[in-house]
Design a protein around this ligand. Structure first.
Ligand code: E4P
Length: 212
């Protein structure tokens, strides 16, 4: 399972990158709007920092305008993946970009049907939003499970990228289900490494070593 960082914060991205486990970055307009400075410059920095796909989302809602934005986005780095909302206009855009050899990440996916259509249209990644489904009382991970079954049934080439990951159990469940990739904020990434018994064990080793 590939691990991506869900962030537009260059310091978080650098910090995560020192761990040697980050293989890509996903941004979205909300994450980018939290950062100070020119967003294009930020994306260029991220593209240089990360050796892997960097998803950046279009803001237009109509296909011709999405395509115009995508043309500009791909100039920001060789590893840009154009993030496109999974709408009717989005599907047209995914299809068109696929034909032009541009990788896309179909975002805001909340059902296996949306994912199936995005994959058929040519998306490189499909991003089911787990946490946001949980927020409305549904089981976000069940959607990932169903989606994995559908993708295996038809051997669809798109990579399933579990998104809107809020805690370590989401991450673990995604890995059990065989998601191709998962995108996590820095806080969740750091939580994955922590275990109280590791801390207790380390403290005991150090105490025993220093006891004469
Ligand atoms: C994915 O690509 C999105 O940027 C992200 O995972 C959304 O997460 P949220 O629901 O925590 O905002």
């Amino acid at each position: 399972m590939k691990i991506f960082l869900d962030s537009a914060n260059i310091e978080h991205i650098r910090q995560a990158n020192t761990l040697g486990v980050i293989e890509g970055v996903t941004t979205n307009p909300s994450l980018l709007s939290k950062e100070k400075g020119d967003w294009k410059k930020i994306i260029r920095h991220i593209c240089k920092e990360i050796d892997g796909p960097v998803s950046v989302e279009v803001l237009a809602t109509e296909s011709a305008a999405m395509l115009a934005e995508a043309r500009e986005l791909v100039k920001l780095g060789p590893n840009i993946v154009v993030k496109v909302p999974t709408t009717i206009e989005g599907l047209k855009t995914i299809k068109e970009l696929h034909q032009r050899g541009v990788e896309t990440n179909a975002t805001l996916i909340f059902s296996p049907n949306q994912a199936l259509l995005a994959a058929k249209a040519g998306a490189a990644f499909v991003s089911p939003f787990v946490g946001r489904l949980d927020d409305i009382g549904q089981d976000g991970m069940q959607v990932v499970q169903d989606l994995m079954t559908v993708f295996r049934n038809y051997d669809l080439p798109a990579q399933v990228l579990a998104a809107s990951i809020r805690h370590t159990n989401h991450f673990f469940q995604a890995s059990l289900l065989g998601a191709d990739a998962v995108t996590v904020p820095l806080s969740v990434l750091l939580d994955l490494i922590k275990h109280p018994l590791t801390d207790i064990g380390l403290a005991k080793f150090l105490a025993d070593w220093s006891t004469p």
